[in-house]
Design a protein around this ligand. Structure first.
Ligand SMILES: *[C@@H]1O[C@H](CO)[C@@H](O)[C@H](O)[C@H]1NC(C)=O
Ligand SMILES: *[C@@H]1O[C@H](CO)[C@@H](O)[C@H](O)[C@H]1NC(C)=O
Length: 334
């Protein structure tokens, strides 16, 4: 008797997190929504809906909320790429949203409460009373932050830490809905990781559009494919780089005849040279690669050792820390 009671308890605790128990091999999932259709403050999961058998969106617990455990889901741009299954091009459904008792990624469940966030997004911003940023469930800044007041209503891409990164567009409903900033965040993360690993992998490039989304055609390490502009997932066959014009997403008007933009191709060539030199034991430090924006254009401020200049103004400045270029995001320029 006691045995059955325990079994019942076990089933009841599962019910809290998944709603029920089912043999997933008996379940067929008819999915007609995409990961990026998940509503604000939810995360896509392959095992969210129908007793954990089918994809859906999970609503996790935020800082200081009551919880039961930690989640295995990751809450960053890579979450999109780990999604199994392809993009559904004519998706029509609203995804199912399942409430979970787990803390959002990055938070830990201690004494039935999710911990404080390591991020500092607050509404309104403590350090800038004029700005009310949009915060994600883990206490970080949302990727897209829109400003509506003034004559310049625009949306910008932000890192989780609240730093403005590459990517912006006008704040209209249509543009705002399209803008996901996942490419901008991916490139920002890649850059941070490349700094950490001493630029051993800086031949890896993603191309972002000016609004921070992925460009529809991506080439990486000698291979090209058409990508979903919001998630970067491949939506076509993959071809050798020389064959990039045969891809269905190639457009001669907008893409021209060379894949790499001027800045990119210079940076890429130098990255390859450095790789070769490192391989042959040469000293690669003497070569300074140009700093490119994720859309392949030159970054507003270019630095070579201790010498910096603004590209638009072609102005040399002896002290790189004092130089402020228009378009220099890190210094707050627009
Ligand atoms: C998507 O479109 C294809 C072809 O137009 C069709 O066969 C398929 O059933 C559609 N899928 C959904 C989920 O509507
Ligand atoms: C290429 O892009 C231009 C500009 O966006 C567009 O007008 C044109 O229809 C596109 N061509 C093809 C073949 O898709």
């Amino acid at each position: 008797m006691k045995y059955f009671y325990l079994l019942f308890l076990f089933a009841a605790s599962l019910q809290v997190s998944f709603g029920c128990t089912l043999d997933c091999s008996q379940v067929t999932c008819a999915q007609s929504f995409n990961p990026f259709d998940c509503p604000s403050n939810t995360l896509y999961s392959n095992t969210a809906a129908l007793c954990g058998c089918c994809p859906g969106c999970v609503r996790l617990k935020g800082p200081n909320e009551e919880c039961q455990s930690n989640t295995k889901l990751t809450f960053d741009v890579t979450n999109f790429y780990t999604v199994k299954g392809s993009i559904i091009l004519n998706a029509t459904d609203v995804p199912p949203v399942v409430a979970s008792q787990e803390c959002a990624p990055g938070l830990t469940c201690d004494n039935s409460r999710c911990s404080n966030s390591k991020y500092t997004c607050t509404t309104p911003d403590i350090s800038n009373s004029k700005w009310s940023p949009e915060c994600d469930i883990d206490g970080s800044h949302k990727a897209v932050q829109c400003k509506s007041n003034g004559a310049d209503p625009r949306c910008f891409c932000y890192s989780k830490e609240g730093k403005r990164i590459f990517g912006s567009d006008w704040n209209t409903k249509e543009k705002r809905d399209k803008m996901k900033c996942q490419c901008a965040r991916l490139v920002d993360n890649l850059k941070k990781n490349q700094e950490k690993d001493g630029y051993k992998n800086n031949d890896l490039t993603y191309h972002c559009s000016s609004n921070g989304n992925f460009e529809p055609l991506q080439c990486n390490r000698g291979m090209c494919y058409c990508a979903n502009t919001q998630t970067g997932q491949p939506v076509s066959f993959v071809v050798n780089a020389q064959m990039w014009k045969t891809l269905p997403c190639y457009n001669a008007t907008t893409m021209g005849f060379v894949y790499l933009k001027i800045c990119d191709s210079r940076a890429n060539a130098l990255a390859l040279i450095k790789k070769e030199m490192r391989y042959h034991g040469g000293n690669p430090i003497t070569l300074a690669a140009p700093q490119c924006d994720p859309d392949g254009s030159f970054y507003a401020k270019q630095c070579d050792g201790n010498q910096c200049y603004c590209r638009s103004q072609q102005q040399e400045a002896p002290d790189k820390n004092k130089l402020l270029c228009s378009g220099d995001r890190e210094k707050g320029g627009e």
